[in-house]
Write a protein that binds this ligand. Structure first.
Ligand SMILES: [Zn+2]
Ligand SMILES: [Zn+2]
Length: 385
């Protein structure tokens, strides 16, 4: 769900998708692939990791391929593809997990790197592929040697992209204007913490939760090169970053801050939300509001009545009827007292405090069975062309 827009790295993704024709709707990957650091400097080491999420899962083979192109600074063309590595780990070699390959010399300036990790389980027909594209610093494709791009023209930087932007859920991380105060660091020294936190949200948030992990090839994550602001003292007013015309293709906007707000905030109409840096529980909770239209499942929470895939109700019969329809046990149903609704009551089908929509903070639980229904439904919508 986004507007058509051209980016050099998109072309690479389209080629990749065309070549492999990979539609992996049925796959529930037992592995997670991610690089480190998430937005590397040029010529600095980058590691490529495959992590294991299920101890019962047995591998027979892992293939890693890494390629990159540099983005031509005077046009949106790219230079020829460079192959960095093609390597296979066989079961007979004993595959140690996580499988981590370190590329010590790193990549050039303005490189667009793509890595594919083909995972072959014992049953060969169950093989699937992680395919990820990211940029190296500074990634301003239209920049010329003479002129710095003005702030309002800067494009979001792909840090973990897996699909064409027109067929994916595009999520933008924006540094909230209070982040530079983090640990009282001067200048841009806060940025490494911001990038680390973004990696944490991707790896131990979106790619760890079983319902969002199932959509591992439908998420694109970007970092905005321009800050944004949330005015928490004036009751929920988000200020768009100065490059607001460049970020219209994104589906949701995570403003990462470091203040101890008394609560996190999502503005549903614009899909902007706040999350404290490294608080992956808060991040996944607010993401549930912004991307999947989910309501709160805790006392004094918010009831969202117009969701096509609801997770809370102010009427017990409607909740029971929905439970039957989606085949979720109504025995989980809990009456949450004093929710912020007219009837002063709210029924939920997810186990009480057993779903991230009922919790928040640093630690995390998965989306509960009722909320998974919404995740699946909306991810289908995002991935429609
Ligand atoms: Zn909430
Ligand atoms: Zn839930």
């Amino acid at each position: 769900m986004c507007r058509n827009k051209y980016y050099p790295w998109m072309l690479l993704m389209l080629q990749a998708i065309f070549i492999t024709g990979c539609h992996q709707d049925k796959i529930k990957p037992e592995t997670l692939a991610i690089h480190n650091p998430i937005y590397p400097d040029y010529n600095t080491p980058v590691s490529f990791g495959l992590f294991f999420l299920n101890s019962q899962f047995s591998l027979s083979k892992v293939d890693l391929q890494i390629t990159y192109r540099t983005v031509n600074k005077t046009s949106s063309e790219t230079d020829p593809e460079q192959i960095v590595l093609n390597h296979t780990w066989h079961k007979s070699d004993t595959i140690n997990l996580p499988v981590i390959y370190s590329h010590a010399e790193g990549f050039p300036l303005n490189a667009v790197v793509t890595y594919t990790i083909k995972v072959t389980p014992e049953k060969e027909s169950d093989a699937y592929t992680h395919r990820v594209t990211f940029a190296t610093k500074p990634y301003y494709p239209a920049e010329t040697a003479e002129t710095e791009i003005p702030l309002h023209k800067k494009q979001p930087i792909p840090v973990y992209a897996t699909a064409d932007v027109n067929r994916a859920c595009n999520l933008l991380f924006v540094a909230e204007s209070d982040l530079p105060d983090l640990l009282r660091l001067p200048g841009n020294d806060y940025l490494p913490y911001f990038y680390m936190s973004v990696r944490e949200f991707i790896k131990n948030g979106v790619l760890l939760d079983r319902s969002t992990r199932k959509q591992f090839d439908k998420f694109n994550f970007f970092i905005n090169p321009v800050q944004g602001k949330y005015n928490y003292t004036t009751n929920g007013n988000f200020e768009n970053p100065q490059n607001s015309s460049e970020i219209l293709f994104c589906d949701a906007f995570a403003y990462i801050h470091q203040q101890e707000y008394d609560r996190e905030v999502t503005k549903l109409e614009t899909r902007q939300f706040t999350s404290r840096i490294f608080y992956k529980g808060s991040f996944m909770h607010e993401l549930g509001h912004a991307l999947f239209g989910l309501g709160d499942e805790y006392e004094h929470g918010k009831y969202f009545p117009n969701n096509t895939k609801p997770n809370n109700w102010n009427n017990e019969n409607n909740a029971r009827e929905y439970a039957r329809r989606i085949n979720v046990p109504a025995k989980n149903m809990v009456l949450v007292q004093d929710a912020d609704i007219m009837a002063n009551r709210c029924y939920i089908l997810c186990p009480y405090e057993g779903c991230i929509m009922g919790l928040s903070g640093i630690s995390i639980v998965e989306y509960g069975p009722c909320c998974r229904e919404a995740v699946n439904y909306y991810m289908e919508e995002y991935s429609m062309p």
